[in-house]
Ligand binder design. Structure first.
Ligand SMILES: [Zn+2]
Length: 437
C-alpha cells in the first residue's frame, strides 16, 4: 500500500458515510488502521460497540517530554434535507475546494493528524515525547462509545499526557480587515434546564385568562429580549487583547471597552456580524428548544414545561446559571437542571500557546495574528480536560478572504480549500517535532 497524500487521504475518508446516527465508523477507522500499519506504526482498536471502534496509535519519543495527544473524530452529522451543489460523500474537487460532509468537521483535521504521524515515521524523526494518535467514533452525539468511553474506562492510555490537539483552531479568519488565527484553548459547558410553569387547568370551552399559556408567552418573550449577565473570563480577555494589539488605535481602545461589563453590550452592538460568534464568549446562554403543554386540544394545561439548551462559561457553576435564568423568568417559574457537564477550570493552561503561535507564524510567513479563543460549543476536548489534559483546537488552514468557515460545518456545501490539508499537516508535524511539554 502506498502512503496517500493528505488530500487523497481526506477524499477517501469523506467517501465513507459515517453519518451519526448510526455512525458505522468501523470501515472508516479500519481504513485509517490499515494505512498506519502499512507504514509500520503500531495501532490498537478499542471498542465498546464493534461497529463503532476507536483507534489508538503511538510513536515513541526519546522520553525527554511527556506524551502529546492528537485526537479527532470521524463521525459526521446528517445531510438530510440539505441542498448540496456536489454530492456530500463524493469528495469532488473543483473550484479550488474539496467538497463533502466532514471536510471541516473534522475529517480534514483527521487527515492532517494521520498524515503528520505518517511523515514523522517516514522521516524517522524521534519526537521528545511519545505521540499518541486517538481517532474517535461518536463525537456528534453523546461520545458514549467514543471519547467518554475511553476517558472513563481506558484512562491509562493517556497517562502523563498534559496537552492535546483537537478540532477547531488555527484557521485563518478576518476581523476588522486583519488576518487572525484563533486557537481554541477552552470550551463552554452544557447545562440543560427545564422550566415548569404551573397554573389553573380547565376545559377548552371555558377560556382562562392569565393561565399557564399566558405565562409561557411572557417567559419566552423575556428570554428573547433579555440577555444573561456578562462574565469576563481569562481566555476572553486574552483574545480581546490579542485582537486589539493587531488592529491599532483608535479601534483597539474601543474594542477593549468590551472587557468592561458596563460597556460590553454597547461595543458588541458595533461589531456587526462578528457579534453573533463573539457574544456567547461573554455570557452564559440559554436557548428554548422544547415546549410541552397539553396533549389534548380541549384541555387547558395546568402545567407547561420549557426545556432550555443552556451553555455555561468555564469557571461558573450550574447554580449561578439557574439564578441568572430565574432573574429573567421570575420567581414563580420552577427551574430544574436536566444535565450538567462537570465544572471546568476558568484558567486555561496556555503553556503551549507560544509553540503553536511560532509554528503558525513560521509556516504562514507571519501573515496573521494567532489569538486564543473560547469555543461557544462543545467538543471531545472537554472529556480529555477531565483527565487534566489541556486541549488546544489546532487544525491549521489558510482560507480565502470571505470564506464562510464558521457557517459550513453541519451545513450544506461544507468544503475545504485545496491545499489546506497539506498546510495543516505541515503545521501539525512541526508541532510534533518541537513539542517539549
Ligand atoms: Zn467535530
Amino acid at each position: 500500500m502506498t502512503t496517500p497524500s493528505p488530500s487523497d487521504l481526506l477524499k477517501t475518508l469523506i467517501r465513507f458515510d459515517t453519518t451519526n446516527p448510526p455512525g458505522n465508523e468501523a470501515a472508516c477507522i479500519g481504513y485509517i488502521d490499515s494505512v498506519l500499519q502499512a507504514a509500520g506504526i503500531e495501532t490498537t482498536i478499542i471498542a465498546k460497540d464493534d461497529k463503532r471502534p476507536n483507534l489508538i496509535a503511538r510513536i515513541e519519543g526519546n522520553g525527554s517530554a511527556p506524551p502529546l495527544l492528537l485526537q479527532g473524530h470521524v463521525d459526521v452529522v446528517t445531510t438530510a434535507g440539505q441542498n448540496w451543489t456536489h454530492p456530500p460523500f463524493d469528495a469532488v474537487e473543483t473550484d479550488g475546494f474539496i467538497w463533502g460532509r466532514g471536510t471541516l468537521d473534522m475529517k480534514g483535521a483527521v487527515a492532517m493528524y494521520v498524515s503528520a504521524m505518517l511523515q514523522l515515521k517516514a522521516q524517522a524523526i524521534v519526537p521528545n515525547g511519545d505521540i499518541i494518535l486517538c481517532i474517535l467514533s461518536d463525537e456528534e452525539r453523546a461520545s458514549a462509545v467514543g471519547a467518554a468511553y475511553l476517558v472513563e474506562e481506558h484512562a491509562h492510555l493517556f497517562a502523563d499526557v498534559k496537552h492535546c490537539l483537537g478540532e477547531s483552531g488555527g484557521v485563518s479568519t478576518w476581523l476588522a480587515g486583519q488576518k487572525f488565527y484563533p486557537i481554541q484553548v477552552g470550551e463552554k459547558l452544557v447545562c440543560t434546564l427545564r422550566l415548569t410553569i404551573n397554573g389553573a387547568a380547565g376545559h377548552g370551552s371555558m377560556p382562562i385568562q392569565g393561565g399557564t399559556m399566558a405565562t409561557l408567552g411572557r417567559v419566552l418573550t423575556a428570554l428573547d429580549t433579555q440577555q444573561l449577565p456578562v462574565h469576563i473570563t481569562p481566555v476572553t480577555r486574552q483574545m480581546i487583547n490579542g485582537i486589539a494589539s493587531a488592529i491599532g488605535f483608535p479601534q483597539s481602545a474601543v474594542l477593549k471597552l468590551i472587557l468592561k461589563p458596563q460597556f460590553t453590550n454597547r461595543v458588541m452592538g458595533l461589531l456587526g456580524d462578528a457579534s453573533h460568534a463573539m457574544n456567547p464568549m461573554f455570557r452564559n446562554t440559554v436557548s428554548p428548544t422544547i415546549v410541552s403543554a397539553s396533549d389534548k386540544i380541549n384541555v387547558i394545561p395546568g402545567q407547561v414545561t420549557v426545556d432550555l439548551d443552556g451553555r455555561m462559561l468555564p469557571g461558573l457553576q450550574p447554580a449561578q446559571l439557574v439564578a441568572e435564568v430565574q432573574a429573567i423568568v421570575g420567581p414563580d417559574v420552577q427551574i430544574d437542571i436536566l444535565k450538567a457537564d462537570p465544572p471546568a477550570r476558568a484558567n486555561a493552561d496556555l503553556s503551549q500557546f507560544d509553540l503553536l503561535t511560532n509554528v503558525l507564524n513560521d509556516l504562514s510567513g507571519n501573515d496573521g495574528t494567532p489569538i486564543p479563543y473560547l469555543l461557544p460549543a462543545v467538543s471531545d476536548g472537554r472529556f480529555f480536560e477531565r483527565l487534566g489534559i489541556q486541549n488546544y483546537g489546532f487544525t491549521p488552514m489558510q482560507t480565502p478572504k470571505g470564506f464562510p468557515f464558521s457557517a459550513l460545518p453541519h451545513a450544506a456545501d461544507e468544503r475545504i480549500p485545496v491545499g489546506a490539508v497539506e498546510f495543516g499537516t505541515a503545521a501539525v508535524l512541526e508541532v510534533l517535532r518541537r513539542y517539549q511539554g
